[in-house]
Design a protein around this ligand. Structure first.
Ligand code: DQA
Length: 174
Protein backbone atom coordinates (compact mmCIF):
# COMPACT_ATOMS: atom_id res chain seq x y z
CA UNK A 1 0.00 0.00 0.00
CA UNK A 2 1.34 3.38 -0.92
CA UNK A 3 2.07 5.81 1.85
CA UNK A 4 2.83 8.63 -0.53
CA UNK A 5 1.80 11.85 1.14
CA UNK A 6 1.95 14.02 -1.94
CA UNK A 7 -0.83 16.58 -1.82
CA UNK A 8 -4.00 15.83 -3.69
CA UNK A 9 -3.91 17.61 -7.00
CA UNK A 10 -7.14 18.69 -8.61
CA UNK A 11 -7.31 18.01 -12.33
CA UNK A 12 -5.82 20.68 -14.53
CA UNK A 13 -8.18 23.47 -15.46
CA UNK A 14 -5.86 24.76 -18.18
CA UNK A 15 -8.62 24.47 -20.78
CA UNK A 16 -11.22 26.00 -18.55
CA UNK A 17 -9.74 28.28 -15.91
CA UNK A 18 -13.20 29.00 -14.50
CA UNK A 19 -14.14 25.36 -14.03
CA UNK A 20 -15.43 24.71 -10.53
CA UNK A 21 -13.65 21.75 -9.01
CA UNK A 22 -15.93 20.15 -6.44
CA UNK A 23 -14.47 19.44 -3.03
CA UNK A 24 -14.03 15.79 -2.32
CA UNK A 25 -15.63 13.84 0.50
CA UNK A 26 -14.60 10.55 2.08
CA UNK A 27 -16.70 8.27 4.26
CA UNK A 28 -14.79 6.69 7.16
CA UNK A 29 -16.71 3.70 8.54
CA UNK A 30 -15.88 1.80 11.71
CA UNK A 31 -17.69 -1.33 12.77
CA UNK A 32 -18.59 -2.91 16.10
CA UNK A 33 -16.48 -2.48 19.23
CA UNK A 34 -14.19 0.07 17.60
CA UNK A 35 -15.82 2.69 19.83
CA UNK A 36 -13.85 0.92 22.59
CA UNK A 37 -10.42 1.58 21.08
CA UNK A 38 -7.96 2.61 23.77
CA UNK A 39 -9.76 0.43 26.33
CA UNK A 40 -10.26 -2.70 24.26
CA UNK A 41 -7.43 -5.27 24.28
CA UNK A 42 -4.74 -2.58 23.89
CA UNK A 43 -2.09 -5.26 23.38
CA UNK A 44 -3.85 -6.05 20.08
CA UNK A 45 -5.51 -2.80 19.08
CA UNK A 46 -3.24 -0.21 20.72
CA UNK A 47 -3.90 2.70 23.04
CA UNK A 48 -5.17 5.23 20.53
CA UNK A 49 -8.86 6.02 20.82
CA UNK A 50 -11.26 6.27 17.91
CA UNK A 51 -11.71 9.96 18.75
CA UNK A 52 -7.95 10.47 18.37
CA UNK A 53 -7.89 8.58 15.08
CA UNK A 54 -10.78 10.64 13.72
CA UNK A 55 -9.25 13.93 14.90
CA UNK A 56 -5.93 13.13 13.18
CA UNK A 57 -7.66 12.18 9.95
CA UNK A 58 -9.83 15.28 10.05
CA UNK A 59 -6.86 17.59 10.51
CA UNK A 60 -4.93 16.00 7.68
CA UNK A 61 -7.89 15.92 5.30
CA UNK A 62 -8.77 19.56 6.02
CA UNK A 63 -5.29 20.60 4.92
CA UNK A 64 -6.17 19.12 1.52
CA UNK A 65 -9.68 20.53 1.37
CA UNK A 66 -11.13 17.06 1.67
CA UNK A 67 -14.21 16.58 3.86
CA UNK A 68 -14.62 13.49 6.04
CA UNK A 69 -17.83 11.91 7.28
CA UNK A 70 -17.36 9.52 10.20
CA UNK A 71 -19.68 6.63 10.97
CA UNK A 72 -19.23 4.12 13.77
CA UNK A 73 -21.89 1.64 14.79
CA UNK A 74 -22.20 -1.63 16.63
CA UNK A 75 -25.26 -2.50 14.51
CA UNK A 76 -24.98 -4.11 11.11
CA UNK A 77 -28.27 -2.65 9.79
CA UNK A 78 -27.27 0.86 10.78
CA UNK A 79 -23.96 0.54 8.96
CA UNK A 80 -25.79 -0.78 5.87
CA UNK A 81 -28.17 2.19 5.96
CA UNK A 82 -25.42 4.79 6.41
CA UNK A 83 -23.41 3.29 3.54
CA UNK A 84 -26.51 3.21 1.34
CA UNK A 85 -27.23 6.83 2.24
CA UNK A 86 -23.79 8.37 1.74
CA UNK A 87 -22.93 6.13 -1.19
CA UNK A 88 -26.14 6.11 -3.23
CA UNK A 89 -29.31 7.64 -1.80
CA UNK A 90 -28.32 11.11 -0.59
CA UNK A 91 -28.60 14.26 -2.67
CA UNK A 92 -25.77 14.30 -5.23
CA UNK A 93 -23.83 17.00 -3.37
CA UNK A 94 -23.91 14.87 -0.19
CA UNK A 95 -22.60 11.70 -1.81
CA UNK A 96 -19.07 10.65 -0.92
CA UNK A 97 -16.36 9.96 -3.47
CA UNK A 98 -14.63 7.07 -1.72
CA UNK A 99 -14.61 5.10 1.51
CA UNK A 100 -12.22 3.95 4.21
CA UNK A 101 -13.73 1.08 6.20
CA UNK A 102 -12.76 -1.07 9.12
CA UNK A 103 -15.73 -3.46 9.25
CA UNK A 104 -14.29 -5.01 12.45
CA UNK A 105 -16.02 -8.34 13.26
CA UNK A 106 -18.40 -7.84 10.31
CA UNK A 107 -15.33 -8.32 8.09
CA UNK A 108 -15.69 -12.02 8.65
CA UNK A 109 -19.47 -12.36 8.64
CA UNK A 110 -21.34 -9.69 6.73
CA UNK A 111 -22.57 -10.31 3.22
CA UNK A 112 -25.06 -7.49 3.85
CA UNK A 113 -22.33 -4.91 4.41
CA UNK A 114 -20.38 -6.19 1.44
CA UNK A 115 -23.48 -5.91 -0.75
CA UNK A 116 -24.15 -2.36 0.49
CA UNK A 117 -20.66 -1.25 -0.47
CA UNK A 118 -20.89 -3.01 -3.81
CA UNK A 119 -24.24 -1.31 -4.50
CA UNK A 120 -22.69 2.14 -4.06
CA UNK A 121 -19.88 1.38 -6.50
CA UNK A 122 -17.73 3.68 -4.39
CA UNK A 123 -14.10 2.60 -4.24
CA UNK A 124 -12.95 1.66 -0.77
CA UNK A 125 -9.90 0.75 1.24
CA UNK A 126 -10.26 -1.87 3.96
CA UNK A 127 -8.31 -1.20 7.15
CA UNK A 128 -7.59 -3.40 10.16
CA UNK A 129 -5.52 -2.33 13.13
CA UNK A 130 -4.28 -5.86 13.77
CA UNK A 131 -2.76 -8.26 11.28
CA UNK A 132 -5.79 -10.49 10.79
CA UNK A 133 -3.64 -13.05 8.97
CA UNK A 134 -1.60 -13.70 12.13
CA UNK A 135 -4.69 -14.35 14.21
CA UNK A 136 -7.40 -16.99 14.56
CA UNK A 137 -8.36 -18.79 11.34
CA UNK A 138 -11.88 -17.28 11.36
CA UNK A 139 -10.35 -13.80 11.02
CA UNK A 140 -8.39 -14.69 7.94
CA UNK A 141 -11.32 -14.50 5.58
CA UNK A 142 -12.74 -11.11 4.66
CA UNK A 143 -15.98 -10.54 2.76
CA UNK A 144 -14.51 -7.22 1.57
CA UNK A 145 -10.94 -7.71 0.38
CA UNK A 146 -11.71 -8.90 -3.14
CA UNK A 147 -13.79 -5.76 -3.76
CA UNK A 148 -11.37 -3.34 -2.07
CA UNK A 149 -8.95 -1.10 -3.90
CA UNK A 150 -6.48 -2.07 -1.21
CA UNK A 151 -6.23 -3.66 2.22
CA UNK A 152 -4.07 -2.37 5.08
CA UNK A 153 -3.69 -4.49 8.18
CA UNK A 154 -1.31 -4.79 11.08
CA UNK A 155 -0.19 -1.16 11.09
CA UNK A 156 -2.35 -0.08 14.03
CA UNK A 157 -3.96 3.35 13.90
CA UNK A 158 -1.46 4.40 11.23
CA UNK A 159 -3.37 2.19 8.82
CA UNK A 160 -6.15 4.77 8.70
CA UNK A 161 -3.66 7.51 7.87
CA UNK A 162 -2.12 5.35 5.17
CA UNK A 163 -5.57 4.84 3.66
CA UNK A 164 -6.20 8.59 3.78
CA UNK A 165 -2.83 9.24 2.12
CA UNK A 166 -3.87 6.91 -0.66
CA UNK A 167 -7.11 8.79 -1.24
CA UNK A 168 -5.42 12.19 -0.99
CA UNK A 169 -3.21 11.06 -3.84
CA UNK A 170 -5.90 9.36 -5.93
CA UNK A 171 -9.19 11.12 -5.15
CA UNK A 172 -9.28 13.16 -8.30
CA UNK A 173 -9.00 10.12 -10.50
CA UNK A 174 -11.96 8.18 -9.06
C1 DQA B 1 -10.26 -5.67 13.37
C2 DQA B 1 -10.00 -7.17 13.26
C3 DQA B 1 -11.30 -7.97 13.41
O1 DQA B 1 -11.03 -9.35 13.31
C4 DQA B 1 -11.91 -7.71 14.77
O2 DQA B 1 -13.15 -8.38 14.88
C5 DQA B 1 -12.07 -6.26 15.05
C6 DQA B 1 -11.02 -5.33 14.64
C7 DQA B 1 -8.96 -4.86 13.39
O3 DQA B 1 -9.04 -3.66 13.20
O4 DQA B 1 -7.89 -5.42 13.62
O5 DQA B 1 -13.01 -5.85 15.73
O6 DQA B 1 -11.01 -5.26 12.25
Amino acid sequence: MSTNTAPSTPPSTANNAQAKIPNRTLLVVNGPNLNLLGKREPEIYGHTTLEDIEANLKQKAAAHDVRLIFVQSNHEGELVERIQHYGLLAEPEQLVDAVIINPAAFTHTSVALRDALAATKKPFIEVHLSNIHQREPFRQHSYFSDLAVGVICGCGHLGYEMALDYWLTHLYTV
